[in-house]
Design a protein around this ligand. Sequence first.
Ligand code: NDP
Length: 234
Amino acid sequence: MTRTVFITGAGRGIGLAVARAFAGAGDKVAAGYRTEPPPDGLFGVRCDVTDPDSIHEAIEQVEGQYGRIEVVVANAGITRDSLSPMMSDADFRDVLETNVLGAFRVAKLAIPGMLKARWGRIVFMSSVMGFLGSAGQTNYAASKSALLGLTRSLAWEMGSRNITVNAVVPGLIDTEMIKPITDKRRAELLSQTALGRIGTPDEVAAVVRFLAGAEAGYVTGAAIPVGGGLAMGL
Ligand code: NDP
């Protein structure tokens, strides 16, 4: 089954791995990017999730090229870390705007096509930090918990239309995003990770692909951990 798949934040990191995984399986992939287009001859579509017009244009471009979007992966995300007394409203707002409102907008604009098809898959990219909390990341952790409420509510709204909505919950994954983490914090997180190692973007991509596939037809409203055991049981 070849599907049209749209992934945000697919210029690098987890999003790029997800794009490659779907493309490798023969799907028609549109890799959304904000600054640098994706490598590899992937079909790149400019899409800034903080700009509704940009999302609208991106979706029109994808549907013009490949037809209705059947799978959407809202992956774009940012951090703006600092301890709460020092955190500006702007840093709090920017993280919520990108990570939550951006994800909501992308899903919302992809849904009409899925409703017509009476089939669809929506995957949000949460984080273990949304469960554990993290000093210096009140904004980020709040945004990633918010995605769980978004996932579950949308799963209720879309269930009768055969559209599943799930969240992937990565632990520590080897991308640009974790570069600023101190050695001490990294060691601390790894000591709480049953597998004792950092994960790879490909390991997250494999789970996203599963959730988007026919095999996951009865999985919705779920938060699937991909954290090597970090935050297990929460
Ligand atoms: P990266 O920083 O490597 O990638 C983030 C991507 O999001 C970049 O491509 C970036 O594009 C894009 N992006 C940021 N802001 C916007 C925007 N406004 N519009 C569109 N795209 C945007 O990090 P990861 O690959 O690790 O992160 C991917 C997702 O996984 C994020 O949601 C992150 O929170 C989540 N995650 C990551 C974990 C990890 O350990 N790495 C753990 C748990 C969750 P640009 O190049 O323009 O900046």
